[in-house]
Design a protein around this ligand. Structure first.
Ligand SMILES: [Fe+2]
Length: 154
């Protein structure tokens, strides 16, 4: 295992932390694929999952920031968009037979250390205040509704 998820990566917002854990899962999966003869297929699977992940997690996170009245939402959205474009570009390169494993690993590790630990942390206080202000019961309703809206939940 390349990275073990631990409290140092948590923002203290359970629903977001659970989603962020997936980045660590992808990093470890990529690490396991290194040097495998059929790595291309595994990497393609991870990239397709990441396209889905970025759409669902980012829109959920942005909805939460918006609901909490976070002022830096536009800048944060822009950073999300840049990451999405980078993933899409790696997906195309992988489809063209390029070995993108190392670039993807670096991108995800940088994302974990810089985006999740710094840029996401910047909204944490405000989002937590919002969560505390509306109470657990209403938050549960909001989370349920928005998980359904942004993730493919059957
Ligand atoms: Fe984010």
């Amino acid at each position: 295992m390349r990275i073990a998820w631990g409290p140092e990566y948590e923002l203290g917002i359970l629903v977001i932390d659970q989603q962020h854990k997936r980045i660590v899962d992808y990093i470890n999966a990529l690490d396991r694929l290194a040097g495998e003869p059929d790595a291309y297929l595994g990497i393609a699977r991870i990239l397709y999952d990441l396209v889905d992940y970025t759409e669902s997690h980012f829109s959920f996170e942005e909805a939460l920031m918006e609901r909490a009245g976070y002022k830096e939402l536009d800048d944060h959205h822009h950073v999300h968009r840049q990451f999405t474009l980078r993933i899409e570009s790696l997906l195309r390169s992988n489809e063209q037979g390029e070995d993108v494993a190392e670039s993807l690993l670096q991108l995800l590790e940088k994302w974990l250390l810089h985006h999740i630990l710094e840029e996401d942390r910047a909204y944490t206080d405000q989002v937590r205040n919002f969560i505390n202000s509306i109470g657990r019961e209403r938050l549960g309703g909001w989370v349920n509704e928005n998980v359904r809206k942004h993730f493919r939940v059957s």
